[in-house]
Write a new protein. Structure first.
Length: 275
């Protein structure tokens, strides 16, 4: 369904138990991501919780309407919270969505009861490590120029963004299936201008390290052992900076343990929320 949030048409879904604790799921990859993967991965939680999924401004089925700043995205999340008439939410963010979960809890701490982070970072550094890993993988169909421009937010079209993202797919999972990867790539709603803004404007200055020690709610930090783009040490750093945090490393996962080790991931989420 759609709603208007801060003068932007936003796609969202609400599922689950009417009186259940509300969990907001924030997807990653601005301009590439949307809520469908989380909707599928977390569906079993509908039995006990109310689940809210949204395509962020400029991504998925939502309207392309700048600005695509962290401030604006956090304000959009909070406006949807208000529209759903709930005071406190649990927030789950994966990858770039983890940035936004951290941005939200540091900007609107009074409206958060728990935070769950998946394969994310406390700041925009470590990109050189990801670039090095991708180049060392010698992936077919990917040039160094394309990779550098993707990380710099200099994609020239949706077609180029699609091509580069497809070439990178073998790095994302422990068990790579080219058929599944092709289906995923073909199903994406591409918004290269959103991607470019996120990587050229937001990323260079993103750093929440100084704010993390003030987070005073329980935080679950999860990461796949083989994550190439948001490595384990980034999650270890987040956990070391947040007082009430716990770290879980998924040994048989890359960037998406909520999919690659779904049952174990959901089990840890249930344990965390039951405390």
């Amino acid at each position: 369904m759609y709603t208007t949030i801060n003068d932007c048409r936003i796609y969202y879904e609400v599922h689950g138990k009417d009186d259940g604790e509300m969990i907001f799921f924030i997807h990653g990859a601005p301009g590439l991501g949307d809520c469908r993967a989380d909707r599928k991965a977390f569906a079993p939680l509908e039995e006990t919780h109310k689940l809210v999924f949204l395509d962020m401004r400029g991504s998925g089925r939502s309207e392309e309407k700048p600005p695509y700043t962290h401030e604006q995205w956090a304000a959009d999340i909070d406006e949807l919270r208000k529209q759903l008439n709930v005071d406190k939410i649990v927030i789950h963010g994966g990858s770039y969505g983890g940035y936004m979960a951290l941005e939200y809890v540091t900007r609107y701490p009074q409206h958060v009861s728990h935070v769950m982070l998946r394969d994310t970072k406390p700041g925009s550094d470590r990109q050189d490590v990801a670039t090095k890993r991708a180049l060392e993988a010698d992936l077919p169909g990917l040039t160094e120029d394309e990779l550098v421009r993707m990380f710099a937010g200099e994609m020239r079209s949706n077609e180029e963004l699609k091509s580069v993202f497809f070439a990178l797919q073998p790095l994302y999972t422990v068990e790579y299936d080219p058929v599944v990867a092709k289906e995923k790539i073909d199903s994406i709603y591409y918004h290269y201008e959103t991607h470019n803004f996120a990587f050229s404007v937001n990323q260079p200055t993103f750093n929440l390290r100084d704010k993390l020690p003030a987070i005073d709610v329980p935080v679950l930090v999860s990461v796949g052992r083989h994550d190439w783009i948001t490595p384990v040490d980034a999650s270890e750093e987040i956990a070391s900076l947040i007082p009430r945090s716990e770290l879980v490393i998924y040994e048989n996962s890359g960037h998406s343990p909520h999919i690659e080790e779904n049952e174990r991931y959901l089990s840890r989420v249930r344990q965390f929320l039951a405390k």
